[in-house]
Design a protein. Structure first.
Length: 316
């Protein structure tokens, strides 16, 4: 009985398919005898986790299965972040004070009229942008990210107020993207800037899209400000997180552009992609995002808004 129990087999997923009634195939389970160790009585050697997940990905043709090994590789990084960022560790997370919230004022510019003026300006530009755009399909695809970011800033304004400089930097992208949604990025009237940028960025294209990607990197400034003012981590880690956050968003947006162009097709897909015949457009856009983030972090290092901001405002 002991010998029989010792040789108990478990099923594994094999990449060899067998047919379903509808003609499709899926992996079958079969004993793991071929993984048995040499010599009788030593039992069956189960394949490693990564090998089994790779067989799952081959059998099911599933991309999520391939992500599991990456999770195993990056588990130590999560432990490092919990150690470096006290806010991620439950033992060091401060209790929430019901009498206080996270509203802050900028002691250098406490007047809230600037964020209100920027919001009013953006609202007016959005209304203009939606009136007879060049392509209604492209307009919807381009304006949805603007609505998402603008709505998030409005909803969180009473809970957390960024510095006025952070709102100015964030408004640049919102305004440029709204204008680009009206004309499409390849057709925005940008001749005066193209003449200045062509010696540096090359001839034969509208550089409005490239400038827009550079300005997206400015969102590293409010990200670093939020982390520092919440005392979530050190300045070095806040800078690294903000930089890689922008790089991750840039890569994700390029994937979204690619998928939209594939699914929508036609002129709308080409205009939304905005490559303008450049085969390296996606890589150059991500580089522009990264350079913009580095510029924003340099500005943050010079301004240091976390040192200029007053203490939290009481609700009472």
């Amino acid at each position: 009985m002991a010998d029989k129990a010792h040789k108990t087999e478990w099923p594994i997923i094999s990449p060899k398919p067998w047919p379903r009634p509808n003609g499709q195939t899926y992996p079958r389970a079969e004993p793991a005898q071929k993984y048995a160790a040499d010599g009788a009585g030593k039992g069956i050697k189960r394949p490693s986790t990564i090998k089994r997940m790779m067989r799952l990905s081959i059998g099911f043709d599933s991309a999520p299965a391939l992500l599991f090994p990456l999770f195993l590789l990056f588990r130590p990084a999560w432990g490092y972040l919990k150690t470096a960022c006290p806010i991620m560790a439950s033992s060091s997370r401060p209790r929430k004070n019901k009498q206080m919230d996270h509203r802050y004022t900028d002691t250098a510019s406490p007047n809230p009229l600037l964020p209100a003026a920027l919001a009013a300006l953006l609202t007016g530009i959005m209304i203009w942008s939606g009136i007879q755009p060049t392509s209604r399909a492209v307009w919807w695809a381009e304006i949805l990210p603007v609505l998402g970011v603008f709505g998030a800033l409005l909803l969180t304004y009473r809970r957390f107020r960024f510095s006025n400089l952070a709102y100015v930097l964030m408004s640049f992208w919102l305004l440029m993207h709204t204008v680009g949604a009206h004309y499409t990025f390849a057709d925005v009237p940008f001749d005066w800037a193209n003449r200045l940028l062509s010696p540096l960025l090359g001839e034969g294209r509208n550089h409005f899209d490239r400038v827009g990607h550079y300005i997206i990197g400015f969102y590293a400034y409010p990200m670093a400000e939020w982390l520092m003012r919440r005392r979530a981590c050190s300045m070095h880690l806040a800078f690294f997180f903000s930089l890689f956050f922008i790089m991750g968003v840039a890569a994700a947006y390029e994937i979204i552009e690619w998928q939209y162009a594939v699914l929508e097709g036609g002129n709308a897909g080409i205009e939304f992609l905005g490559s303008q015949g450049d085969i390296w457009d996606a890589q150059k856009d991500m580089l522009a995002d990264t350079l913009g983030a580095l510029t924003a972090l340099l500005i943050y290092l010079l301004v240091r808004p976390d040192r200029q901001l007053a203490s939290p405002v009481s609700n009472g």
